[in-house]
Design a protein around this ligand. Structure first.
Ligand SMILES: Cc1ncc(COP(=O)(O)O)c(C=O)c1O
Length: 426
């Protein structure tokens, strides 16, 4: 086995992890330039770190930031104030809502601005469950939802007397419309199923699932946090959903900003109480900079997806094939229905934390599950639901690429990854 300092030198002046700077190895040179250069990969130049974790978050787009800045400065009014400074802020808020509604093909009153994907999911799930509990107490979701949805259902089952059916998925992580049809009961009041999975990139047949709910007269919510910006969007109605969660930082907007589309006349109970903001649906002074950033990012990056399939599909296919060349690496997800930017696989004889640390030592940023569970030793609930053996479910690697990703970066990862695996395996 080659040791770290035996391998061909990569000249790099910018290690990603601060503790690498403490290394005595000649591998980590402390000087410029901030590129990796391998003599055995002539002309391969990679700026480190390699960021392959776009599903966790994306960098704020400079043009989006520019649109936000005046709202952190001169347009500082509280949109609820009745004086001219407040009225000006209110006019901007209304304009942002109109713009987003126009892009979604919805009414402005059907848009509620929130603090992000988590809050949008909480409002949709708790809000509808509590509003309609007199009609029925049965809810349906799936076993692969993000914790921002899953934990709402677990809470409602444990503390508020709801019955929850968790739909299974197949080995590729897809939900079957037949399973949904079988699960719907006369007392079902809400179905919540994600549009695309954050860990595997598996795309669900959302329109079909939504149509089924419509047929049965059951409300349908979809968490589309990972879907927007990656798949073609025409109109919010294409999901056949009554509620849709949107999350700005997944498409180069600001963190802490999102929206929930709520089809009228539905009025879910609020989950945050206080003033009458957002038409009594979400109390709290509106975060205008974040809202302006969300709407600008949506305008720029959703109608024409910022995650370009033509650019990203060949890159992720090359990356996947390179990783699959390592014995014991298994693709996890759907080859036919996957977000073009996302590939996931498990690595026999390894664990997620060591894999992430090993990759980070190589200045490669990846994930071993959703951002919030990375760092925990729990096997991925998504892998477990897909029938993956628990030891393997704990050895997940997700690479999620974005608009700045290059073939050189892909080749760099393919070149470094086998050694990361080798160092971990007993
Ligand atoms: C599918 C999905 N839903 C919800 C969220 C939570 O969004 P936020 O980070 O804005 O709270 C995420 C973020 O990772 C996600 O991937």
């Amino acid at each position: 086995m080659t040791r770290k300092h035996d391998r061909p030198t990569i000249f790099t002046g910018r290690p990603a992890v601060s503790n690498l700077r403490k290394s005595n190895s000649p591998y980590w040179l402390q000087t410029t330039p901030a590129v990796a250069f391998r003599p055995d990969f002539a002309y391969l130049r990679v700026v480190l770190p390699v960021y392959f974790d776009y599903n966790a978050t994306t960098p704020l787009d400079p043009a989006v930031k520019a649109v936000m800045l005046p709202y952190l400065d001169e347009i500082y009014g509280n949109p609820s104030s009745v004086h001219q400074i407040g009225v000006r802020a209110r006019a901007h808020l209304d304009e942002q809502r109109d713009r987003l509604a126009h892009l979604c093909g919805s009414k402005p009153s059907e848009i509620v601005f929130t603090s992000g994907g988590t809050e949008s999911n909480n409002l949709a799930i708790f809000g509808v469950a509590r509003t309609l509990k007199a009609k029925g107490r049965h809810l349906i979701t799936s076993s692969i939802e993000h914790h921002a949805a899953l934990h709402c259902f677990q809470y409602l089952a444990k503390k508020e007397g709801f019955a929850v059916t968790y739909l299974p998925v197949d080995a590729s992580g897809r939900i079957s419309p037949d399973d949904l049809a079988k699960a719907i009961r006369p007392d079902t009041i809400l179905v919540s199923l994600m549009a695309a999975n954050n860990e595997t990139g598996t795309i669900q047949p959302v329109a079909e699932l939504g149509a089924l709910c419509q047929e049965h007269g059951v409300l349908f919510h979809t968490d589309a946090a990972q879907w927007f910006g990656k798949e073609p969007f025409i109109d919010i109605r294409q999901f056949n959903a009554n509620l849709v969660s949107i999350c700005a930082h997944k498409f180069h907007g600001p963190k802490g900003s999102g929206a929930l589309y709520i089809q009228s006349p539905l009025l879910p109970d609020p989950i945050i109480f206080g003033g009458g903001h957002e038409n009594e649906r979400r109390a709290g002074t509106e975060n205008l900079p974040a809202i302006a950033g969300l709407v600008e990012a949506f305008t720029r990056f959703i109608p024409t997806p910022v995650f370009d399939r033509k650019q990203l599909q060949p890159l992720t296919e090359r990356l996947l094939n390179g990783c699959l060349a390592i014995p014991g690496v298994h693709f996890r997800g759907s080859a036919a229905h996957r977000l073009a930017n996302t590939i996931s696989f498990t690595v026999e004889g390894c664990d997620g934390i060591s894999l992430m640390a090993g990759l980070d030592l190589e200045s490669i940023c990846a994930s071993s599950g959703s951002a919030c569970s990375a760092g925990s030793l729990e096997p991925s609930h998504v892998m477990t639901a897909m029938g993956v053996d628990p030891r393997q479910a704990n050895a997940l690697v997700r690479f999620s690429l974005g608009r700045a990703s290059t073939l050189d970066e892909v080749e760099h990862v393919i070149a470094r990854f086998p050694e990361v695996v080798m160092r971990i395996r007993p």
